[in-house]
Write a protein that binds this ligand. Structure first.
Ligand SMILES: C[S@@+](CC[C@H](N)C(=O)[O-])C[C@H]1O[C@@H](n2cnc3c(N)ncnc32)[C@H](O)[C@@H]1O
Length: 202
């Protein structure tokens, strides 16, 4: 078996044994260990949250008084203590939909968004970048000043656009590739800290 496949299987088994809904959980656990993103009592919005692995990790770190909210276009099986909004983040009213239920700004926004991949790389890349830019726009409307955001990015021609835009409203933007993310896969994460509070990206 190739090392890549063995690693993927290892994380899948670990997720099953430890009760996580996805092997993606280990990517967030690793990012969190390195960057200290999730804290006790934080309010966390997870954009593109199905099946819910990142929600489980978020809940674990924000207990006992944190608030965890997930959004996905697809249904998510309920998780105790976590609120789910089933919606398309490209809905022009998405910010109002979120704020109507959760008017208090969030400490952290997470985005592990991925489109349904077609296998045609440039097309999937462009779709994913467009989703990530939408997630960034949403973040600027619902994050507290000083807040943190994490965005998954598909590497390619337009990936630097997201970093450039994020740098306008976060004082620090770091690129990271967790070990749990397959080395061959072209995804990486932007970890953005100290949100300026400016809700319009020029
Ligand atoms: C890689 S999965 C997220 C996995 C999740 N972090 C976990 O640990 O379980 C990416 C998610 O993005 C969601 N997504 C893609 N486009 C979306 C959109 N327009 N609105 C809301 N969610 C979307 C997909 O439905 C999918 O569930």
């Amino acid at each position: 078996m190739k090392i890549e496949n063995a690693l993927r299987d290892q994380y899948r088994k670990l997720a099953r044994d430890e009760g996580y809904r996805s092997r993606s959980s280990y990517k967030l656990l690793e990012l969190n260990k390195k960057y200290n993103i999730l804290k006790k009592d934080d309010s966390i919005l997870d954009i593109g949250c199905a099946p819910g692995g990142w929600l489980q990790v978020s809940k674990k770190y924000s207990d006992p008084n944190g608030k965890v909210v997930g959004i996905d276009i697809n249904p998510v099986k309920p998780i105790q203590g976590i609120s789910i909004i089933q919606a398309d983040i490209e809905d022009p009213n998405i910010v109002q939909i979120i704020k109507k239920r959760f008017p208090t700004p969030f400490d952290v926004v997470l985005s592990d968004l991925s489109p349904k991949v077609s296998g045609i790389w440039h097309f999937d890349h462009e779709r994913q970048i467009s989703l990530s830019l939408t997630a960034l726009q949403i973040s600027t409307k619902i994050l507290k000043p000083g807040g943190i955001a994490v965005f998954k990015i598909f590497q390619g021609k337009y990936s630097s656009n997201v970093k450039q835009e994020a740098s306008k409203v976060f004082s620090k933007v770091t690129t990271s590739k967790p070990k749990a993310s397959r080395q061959k896969s072209s995804e990486f994460y932007l970890v953005c800290s100290s949100f300026s509070g400016n809700d319009t990206i020029a």
